[in-house]
Structures are given as structure tokens and as C-alpha cells.
Design a protein around this ligand. Structure first.
Ligand code: PMP
Length: 450
């Protein structure tokens, strides 16, 4: 496609499409980028340019675009079964995927409920937890606990347990009020306080909420190890292990939102593994289909499932439904994704790539406009700051300048405010990592200049 046809497509788009998470007015100056095809880490624009997808298309594309095994599985599935409702009917991909998820998930997660995106999965988990307690005659449990800076999605229930003002503020009058507790991510570490002491202090805060309000609480919901959309805030596995123990002691569910952290992103298949814990409910999506089709799943313990299993007249059934629940094509893509993790040394390769990324970022450590370099597996982030180490005023939108610079130099970086992060597909090469970091470094220079 030519540059002029690409521009024409962008113009047609702006006449009719309302884009997600976008002030559409920005596109009066920010070009809309029509994409024609993608392969591996590369997005190919309709105008002949190409970009490294260093954010894995909103963290979905873990194995690279159009992975041949996923493409082949989807083509085969298309010739068999497109879709059938999952109430009263089933099919091989839905069953095989549930079996595979139960096999690889932390122990004790035995049942799989499908949804079609991350936020819906969080809605399901919150409703399941509340409904479980209700079925047990404990309907007074109506509250949830979340971490400061949490992000769990943008439907009203998921937004209720989200603590990012940018997304929450406007809708606050419509939302449930969670109890918020601090994660030990270093942001509130006191002078002279060790990381261990910070973790203990944060666990004390959680303990206090559970002691005081435990009887009204359904569940604690966490993003294990990395709070992504809230600014790539990272905390140690010891906190997760402590939180699990506290939830057990107070008879409260632990919901792990592994939507962003799952499927190898933090170095293990699921982040929970690094703490040696199993949640009562676990939400997965994004990387589940290798980034090809929308799908999510909520894994639940047998004990939770059993609380819903009774004669119809008991009224205990979970009547939640989405039309596309367990879509065969999406399930088939997910089966292929899990098979790749099973057959190929994806996690091993990731460790080498993560180490290379760490080396490259270490070179930015002394940069006067860089602070807070942090990394967990294949998630790395840093803060763009003023020369004196203080943050830029948010209204200056310095991070957006890094985004623009990236696009001009063949790399998609999509900062969260002034948090520049790297979350590439796992098929990225060391040389491509070098290029991404070099472009980011130059972008930071340019963004920080007045
Ligand atoms: N939970 C987490 C941890 C997420 O990162 C996201 C998406 N960024 C969601 C939930 C919501 O997923 P979705 O965008 O598919 O609704």
C-alpha cells in the first residue's frame, strides 16, 4: 500500500472510529498509524514503514505476531467449528484448554470459567467470591481489598478495585469502595528501612484491615509481583506469600489477577509461582491466546465450585454469561499457545533475554533524566524525571514525546505517563533489544529537553 492510501485509511478511520484510551482530539496533531500486517516483533505500516512492537500490543502478544503454530491451529479450527454457545454444549478446544490450564496452574485450581476479556474475568472473579460467601450463608461479606496503585480493568466492577485516578476518578460515584492497602514497591519506603522491613510493614497494614473488617470482606485482589497499568510498580514474592497466609488466617479469598503477568512475563509461567502460593481464584487473559484473539478464563478451586453445585431449586448456580464464552477459535489459539510453552524452551530463552535487557538498561542508570530502573522478567521500566530527580508536571506530557520519538525511529514505546517501559514479545532478539533501548534513550534526551 502506498503512503497516500495509508493516509486515506487514516482519514476514513478518524471520520468514524472512536479509539480506546484516547483523547481523539490528540489526533489533530498525532498521526493515526494504519497497520497492514505483522510478523514476529514487527508491525508493518500501510505506508511501508515498520516498528518493533516493544509493548506487545498492550501486553497481549507474548510469542510474536502470527506465530506459525497458532496460525495453523486457527486455520484448522476455522474449517471445523466457528462458534457454539457454551451453555448445554461443549467442544474439544474448550475442554482441552481447561485441562491444559488446570495442569499448568498453581495447585488446587481445578475449575475453569471462560470470559472474553480481562475486565470480564475480573468481574467473574469478584462475583464468584461474593456469591460463594452468600451460598454459604455469609451474604454480609460485600467488601474487597485491593492494593494502592492497582489496575484490574475498566468495567464498573473491575474499576471498583482499580486505584489509578486517571481511570477511576470520573466514575467514582458509580463504584464500590474497596479497602486499599500499600504494596511494598519501594514508593513508601522510609529512610533507612530495608526492603524486608517494608514488606513486613505492608503486611501489617493488610493484617490490620483483615482483623478489623474480615467478616465483611470477600477477597483480596492483587496483581502478583507487578502492578502494570498503575506504573509498573514491582514488589517482592514475600509479600504475596504473607498475603496468602493472612487471607487463610482470616478466611478471605485471594484473587490473583495474572492477566498481565501470566504466560511467562515475569520469568515463571505465572507470577504466583515465585511466591510458592496458589490463589483461590486466578484471572488470565492477554497472553492466553498468544495475542491473537480475545479470551479470558477464571480458574477456581474445587471448594468454590462445590459451593455452587446443588439442586436447581437451591438458586445457588452462577448464572453469569457472555455470548462468546469459550469461543472455539479463541480456545484453539490458546491451546496452541500453551503447547508452545510446553514444547519449546520459551521460559529459558526469556531468562537470557531478560538478562540482556537488564544489561542494556544498566547503561542508563546514571542518566540525569532516568530514575527508578526496575525489572521483573520480561517487564522493565524506568521513570523519566527532571535533571534534579523530581517528576515533570503531568500536563507537560513528556512521555508522549518519547512515544513520538519511538514512532519516528521504528519502535513502539507507549509510556504510562512518564513511566517508560519495555514489554516485548519473547521472540525479540538481543540486537532488537539494543535497538529498542537505544531509541528509548534518545527519546528520553529529546523528551527532557525544553
Ligand atoms: N487486569 C490487569 C492486570 C490488566 O493489566 C488489564 C489490562 N491492561 C486488565 C485486567 C483488563 O483487561 P482487558 O483490557 O482485557 O479488559
Amino acid at each position: 500500500m502506498s503512503a497516500s492510501r495509508s493516509a486515506a485509511l487514516a482519514a476514513r478511520d478518524l471520520a468514524v472510529v472512536w479509539h480506546p484510551c484516547t483523547q481523539m482530539h490528540d489526533h489533530e496533531t498525532l498521526p493515526m498509524l494504519p497497520i497492514e500486517r505483522a510478523e514476529g516483533v514487527w508491525l508493518h505500516g500501510c505506508d511501508g514503514r515498520r516498528w518493533i512492537d516493544a509493548v506487545s500490543s498492550w501486553w497481549t502478544n507474548v510469542l510474536g505476531h502470527r506465530h506459525p503454530r497458532i496460525v495453523a491451529a486457527l486455520k484448522d479450527q476455522l474449517d471445523r467449528l466457528d462458534h457454539v454457545m457454551l451453555a448445554g454444549f461443549t467442544h474439544e478446544p474448550a475442554v482441552a484448554l481447561a485441562e491444559a490450564l488446570v495442569r499448568v496452574a498453581p495447585p488446587g485450581l481445578a475449575r475453569v470459567f471462560y470470559a472474553d476479556n480481562g475486565s470480564s474475568a475480573v468481574e467473574v472473579a469478584l462475583k464468584l467470591s461474593f456469591h460463594y460467601w452468600r451460598n454459604l450463608g455469609r451474604g454480609m461479606r460485600t467488601r474487597f481489598v485491593a492494593l494502592n496503585g492497582s489496575y484490574h480493568g475498566e468495567t464498573l466492577g473491575a474499576l471498583s478495585v482499580t486505584d489509578v485516578a486517571l481511570y477511576r476518578r470520573t466514575y467514582a460515584p458509580l463504584l464500590l469502595e474497596p479497602f486499599l492497602v500499600p504494596p511494598p514497591d519501594g514508593s513508601t519506603r522510609r529512610p533507612g528501612e530495608s526492603a524486608e522491613a517494608e514488606t513486613a510493614r505492608c503486611l501489617d497494614a493488610l493484617r490490620e484491615v483483615l482483623e478489623r473488617h474480615g467478616e465483611s470482606i470477600c477477597a483480596l485482589i492483587v496483581e502478583p509481583l507487578v502492578q502494570c497499568a498503575g506504573g509498573m510498580r514491582m514488589y517482592p514474592p514475600a509479600y504475596l506469600a504473607g498475603a496468602r497466609a493472612l487471607c487463610d488466617a482470616h478466611g478471605v479469598h485471594l484473587i490473583a489477577d495474572e492477566i498481565a503477568t501470566g504466560f511467562g512475563r515475569t520469568g515463571t509461567l505465572f507470577a504466583c509461582e515465585q511466591a510458592g502460593i496458589a490463589p483461590d481464584l486466578m484471572c488470565v487473559s492477554k497472553g492466553l491466546t498468544g495475542g491473537t484473539l480475545p479470551l479470558a478464563a477464571v480458574l477456581a478451586t474445587e471448594a468454590i465450585y462445590a459451593a455452587f453445585y446443588a439442586e436447581h431449586a437451591s438458586g445457588k448456580a452462577f448464572l453469569h454469561s457472555h455470548s462468546y464464552t469459550g469461543n472455539p477459535l479463541a480456545c484453539r489459539a490458546a491451546c496452541a499457545t500453551l503447547a508452545i510453552f510446553e514444547d519449546e524452551p520459551v521460559l529459558e530463552r526469556n531468562r537470557a533475554l531478560a538478562a540482556h535487557l537488564a544489561e542494556q538498561l544498566a547503561a542508563l542508570a546514571g542518566h540525569r533524566h532516568v530514575a527508578g530502573i526496575r525489572q521483573t522478567g520480561m517487564i522493565a521500566a524506568l521513570d523519566l524525571v527532571r535533571a534534579d530527580g523530581t517528576p515533570f508536571a503531568p500536563g507537560e506530557r513528556r512521555g508522549l514525546r518519547v512515544y513520538r520519538h519511538g514512532l519516528d525511529h521504528g519502535v513502539v514505546l507507549r509510556p504510562l505517563g512518564d513511566v517508560i517501559y519495555f514489554m516485548p514479545p519473547y521472540v525479540i532478539t538481543p540486537e532488537e533489544i539494543d535497538r529498542v533501548v537505544a531509541v528509548a534513550a534518545a527519546g528520553i534526551e529529546r523528551a527532557a529537553a525544553d
